[in-house]
Design a protein. Structure first.
Length: 58
């Protein structure tokens, strides 16, 4: 069964809404994948920054 069985009878605005939603979902998935890949480095950087701020207190 097709995901969108009535694509031929959909209005142009409905088609554009579906396309924009699909593009948004793809961009979010790519962003989450990149964030997951860099999560360890982000935590390490925050730990170094916190240690730096803690050691440089006056």
């Amino acid at each position: 069964m097709a995901l969108i069985p009535r694509w031929q009878v959909m209005t142009d605005s409905s088609k554009s809404m579906v396309k924009r939603s699909a593009i948004t979902i793809v961009v979010v998935l790519i962003g989450l994948t990149l964030l997951r890949a860099m999560f360890g480095w982000i935590l390490l950087g925050l730990a170094f920054y916190g240690a730096w701020c803690l050691l440089n207190r006056k």
